[in-house]
Design a protein around this ligand. Sequence first.
Ligand SMILES: C[S@@+](CC[C@H](N)C(=O)[O-])C[C@H]1O[C@@H](n2cnc3c(N)ncnc32)[C@H](O)[C@@H]1O
Length: 197
Amino acid sequence: MTDPLDDIRTSYDTVAFSYAELVHDGPPDEAANLDLFAKLASGRVLDVGCGPGRVAGLLHDRGLDVIGIDLSPGMIEIARRDHPGPDFRVGSMTDLDLPDGGLAGVISWWSIIHLPRDVVPQAIAEFHRVLAPGGVLLLGYHVGEESTHKTSGYGGHPMNVHVHRWTPVALTEIANTTGFTPYVDPVLPDDRLLFSK
Ligand SMILES: C[S@@+](CC[C@H](N)C(=O)[O-])C[C@H]1O[C@@H](n2cnc3c(N)ncnc32)[C@H](O)[C@@H]1O
């Protein structure tokens, strides 16, 4: 049986160019989310599962010192090409090559969605490990309970990934167990969660 991370890496390498061409925007209120994140997490931050670097670039524009990490070397190549400011690296959120407690913020913008459900606690524990006390975690994800198999995307290119939806309650439970505290104010839409360490 292949490692699901290998399938994610291969799939995003395959679609990297078309993803960067086709995906220009996040959710409509994304700018306000990034403003809030930049206000709470001034300092060094990590955009994990950064894809082609769009959000990392926007955070760099807000004055943050940004590291972008993605599993897909193809995505990182495009991120470096299109966004000269952040420090982009290939790596996995399940095993971050970063020291304990060095970051003011971690943003995972629709990037935990492909991890097998039983691997998500490991990624959230890594986010907790690399954050300094008081650091913030902003998660974006698809709301629901179902999992689907995605076999093509971003212009019809072949992919082999699963998309796992999460309820806010289930993700909050994992984050709480890991040691995070939810931010209740401001209120974010259900598909975004904000925590502090
Ligand atoms: C739907 S894309 C989102 C990309 C970007 N965050 C955005 O908002 O456009 C999911 C990204 O997560 C990355 N990813 C998935 N699993 C990962 C892992 N274990 N470690 C690092 N990146 C991962 C994929 O390679 C892909 O670039």
